[in-house]
Ligand binder design. Structure first.
Ligand code: NAP
Ligand code: HSE
Length: 436
């Protein structure tokens, strides 16, 4: 059988990785897919740069329409990133009856519903394994491997750049900016690194995971997002003293009141496997009612790990493109007409445990005042210690863990605590999860 023809929109880190893996493993891939997978052409902005990278073998264009409108191309692989022109090109490819593979989580988090609807109408597939956790087959696991389960929650380290920064800061005591520059050099960081460090990239990925886990439309607007840029080294240290590591987690939970969707720095007990995930590695915990907790670990970014997921999608599409669209795995794991309209829970209604650090005057009654305010809001203290003040210092830090409390109560308590004349700086608050 003739090879299936693929056009790449973008030939950067992931585009070149995809091309290289397809070339190197072509025989293995042909045996798996039942026919060869051949890159017919690529589109970039800078043709000379791409030509220098790949040599004369491959047609290269600076006009992405040449790919989308190419009569021989069956699958368009969008590896440009960003919202436009990616959205327009993907929609045009779909209208022209082409299948799409994309690694673009930002695009899917904001325009996924529109793209999947268009694809279903036209009877084509949109595959996106590489969009979440790079090389880890988490989309496949959720959509297929765990399909028997009612998913209860997902918690994941799904931004390699932030995890790399947190790991290097903790282990080597390096400053934030130096570690970010290294992550950019290694190709982990997004074109706009604020997406990584402010939790936006993780929220894009989490939004996609939540839809697949709970069978709800994609809703990025429902995500609460807090990054790592304001995290202080001393909180990483105090957390360690209490037996916790701080990780940027994406957490989505189905509760009786609605679906939680939140990304924020989180204290994770040191004995959990997730706490040991270091560097740019990703890991996703999924709790299903039948299977219990399962863990998926691997490289979440980089040329060939991400290409591994892109090529897996290409093989899936090659195997399935002649199948009746009704018999394919639905884009969001549930049949489109059975997506549920579950309510989303705002962060103020979320219940979790907390870490607090309070800079206070070192004098009698301070702790009693704070404990009274917490008790008034039904916030129960779980553990507590006070930093030893240095010689002559008349202030100190109180570090505290709480039992589970509702965020609205915590906000109200913090406002009252910060109003005390003996509390000398804004209260630092980091959420904590036991993950069992
Ligand atoms: P990249 O290295 O910046 O490459 C982007 C490519 O797209 C470049 O070849 C660029 O061409 C081309 N391009 C961008 N805008 C274009 C336009 N308007 N017309 C034609 N070509 C255009 O990006 P990347 O790291 O490979 O990421 C690609 C996608 O994969 C993104 O959605 C990203 O979020 C996602 N992703 C990346 C990783 C990773 O580890 N890097 C992991 C998972 C997912 P020029 O080079 O000529 O400018
Ligand atoms: N910028 C992303 C990260 C790349 O650091 O995880 C993979 O999506």
């Amino acid at each position: 059988m003739n090879p299936i023809k693929v056009g790449l929109l973008g030939f950067g880190i992931v585009g070149r990785g995809t091309y290289n893996v397809l070339q190197r493993n072509q025989e293995e891939i042909r045996r798996r897919a039942g026919r060869g997978i051949e890159v017919a052409a690529v589109a970039v902005r800078d043709v000379k740069k791409a030509r220098d990278a790949v040599g004369p073998a491959l047609p290269i264009t600076s006009n992405p329409q040449d790919i989308v409108r190419h009569p021989d191309i069956d699958i368009v692989v969008e590896l440009m990133g960003g919202y436009e022109p990616a959205r327009t090109l993907v929609l045009e490819a779909i209208e022209r009856g082409k299948h799409v593979v994309t690694a673009n989580k930002a695009l899917l988090a904001l325009h996924g519903n529109e793209i999947f609807e268009a694809a279903s109408r036209r009877g084509v597939m949109v595959a996106f394994e590489a969009a979440v956790a790079g090389g880890i087959p988490i989309i496949k696991a959720l959509r297929e491997g765990l399909t028997a389960n009612r998913i209860e929650w997902i918690a994941g380290i799904i931004n390699g750049t932030s995890n790399f920064i947190l790991s290097e800061m903790r282990a080597k005591g390096l400053p934030f900016d130096a570690v970010l520059a290294e992550a950019q050099r290694l190709g982990y960081a997004e074109a706009d690194p604020t997406f990584d460090i402010e939790g936006i990239d993780a929220a894009h990925k989490l939004t996609i995971l939540a839809s697949i886990a709970f069978g709800v439309p994609i809703n990025f607007a429902a995500a609460y997002t807090e990054g790592i840029s304001k995290l202080a080294a001393e909180d990483i240290r105090y957390a360690e003293q209490l037996g916790y590591r701080i990780k940027l987690l994406g957490i989505t939970k189905r509760t009786s009141k609605g679906v939680e969707l939140r990304v924020h720095p989180t204290l994770v007990p040191m004995q959990r496997l997730l706490a040991s995930v270091e560097g740019a590695m990703n890991a996703v915990l999924v709790k299903g009612d039948a299977v219990g907790v399962t863990l998926y670990y691997g490289k979440g970014a980089g040329a060939e790990p991400t290409a591994s997921a892109v090529v897996a999608d290409l093989v899936d599409v090659t195997r399935m493109h002649t199948a009746d669209p009704e018999n394919r795995v639905p884009h969001l794991a549930f049949q489109a007409e059975h997506l549920a309209d579950l309510p989303w829970l705002g962060i103020e209604d979320t219940a979790t445990s907390y870490y607090f650090r309070m800079r206070v005057a070192d004098q009698p009654g301070v702790l009693a005042d704070i404990a009274r305010i917490l008790a008034d809001r039904r916030i129960s203290i779980d553990a507590l210690f006070q930093r030893e003040p240095s010689e002559g210092e008349n202030q100190t830090d109180i570090i505290m863990l709480t039992h589970e409390a509702v965020e609205r109560d915590v906000n109200a308590a913090i406002a009252r605590i910060e109003a005390l004349p003996t509390v000398l700086a804004p209260v630092i608050r980091i959420r904590q999860e036991e993950l069992v």
